[in-house]
Design a protein. Sequence first.
Length: 394
Amino acid sequence: MTHTHKTQVCIIGSGPSGLLLAQLLAQARIDTIILDRRDRVYIEGRIRAGVLEQGSVKALEEAGVADRLHAEGLVHDGFDLAFDGNRHRIDLSGLTGTSVIVYGQTEVTKDLFDARVAQEQVFFFNVEDVVPTDLKSDTPSVRFRQNGEEHVISCDYVAGCDGFRGVSRAAIPSDVLKTFERVYPFGWLGVLVEKPPVADELIYANNSRGFALASMRSETRSRHYIQCDLDDDVSDWPDDRFWEEFATRLGPDTAAHLQTGPSFEKSIAPLRSFVAEPMRYGNLFLAGDAAHIVPPTGAKGLNLAVADIRMLSRALIAHYTSGNDDYLDTYSETVLKRVWKVERFSWQLSTLMHQFPENSPFEKRMQRAEFDYIASSEAASKAIAENYVGLPLE
Ligand code: APR
Ligand code: PHB
């Protein structure tokens, strides 16, 4: 027996992209069903970045889930770039008139989950063998199994919000889909520690031994990263070794303010730049990590996903409320224009701030020259600042 369901938009993936899309559509009384191969506890347990552009804050306000963000988020008016101990502050508010808010993605996801549950909206967790079908027809559907039982959802549209390793992008035929990728020759080792941040704002440091980032989750909880080898394992980095390396890369003046302690989360993530085109195939629309990946250096992963969802929700709402399909028809082209600009910024900052094993002495001097130029030019600092606070949606 196959269980049958019907909805207007079937959302594959219950990360920030899928949850925010569902919430914005719910505000417009558009019906959705969300599927995820994991469950809420697992999804909320994934530790991700934590810097929100004002555009992302606006979207969360429109979704009605920004109360805790405004109560607990930390408004940051700048951040530091450091090169071998020399620090230069990028004055975000002075250069762009706006700021960012430090608030963990985990918290954004929790706020979105709470809203969906409060509205008693439909979820299917721990699903298997999800197969989007008939995407080029007016009656697409999504088949899946849950607890050994077959299900099929009939819908008008499928939103592929299932991340980098999902099934939605794979549903686009290989003779249609084009992908672009840069895999970086290093990873990021991240720790969470219940200790106050090193400084009031984030510090991105390029030291001859490698990159380090001093970040935070609150005034009592810090999130720190160091560049590590791709074949490193978390077990290679006991806390003592991590703190010693982290302090070395920050430099003595900054490290003097570092408070170390036992980490309660430690993980290694690879870095990649990735874009898939197009982001639409028939009545399938890709959004977030399903369509693109950025190295975390520019803190753009979540913000890019939110920007996609702002455009996709606008398009779907225009379709259902006024029969206007112009935004649906231009979604992929419009969103990809901005995706590529954000990919460029994330690639540029990653190239500037990391030690690349293959870099020649000349390329290392180019990194230093780029830093010195940014530190001495308001125009160069403003270029960094306007990308960091978030480019216009279109
Ligand atoms: N079927 C159902 N669900 C799936 C499938 C599948 N075949 N494959 C993946 N998923 C689910 C995952 O379990 C995950 O919960 O899709 C969700 C995708 O969530 P994310 O990977 O978080 O992607 P997205 O919502 O676009 O958010 C992007 O999350 O990973 C970070 O750095 C990234 O900050 C960025 C943000
Ligand atoms: C984080 O706090 O996890 C973080 C902040 C900024 C980044 C990446 C990660 O660029």
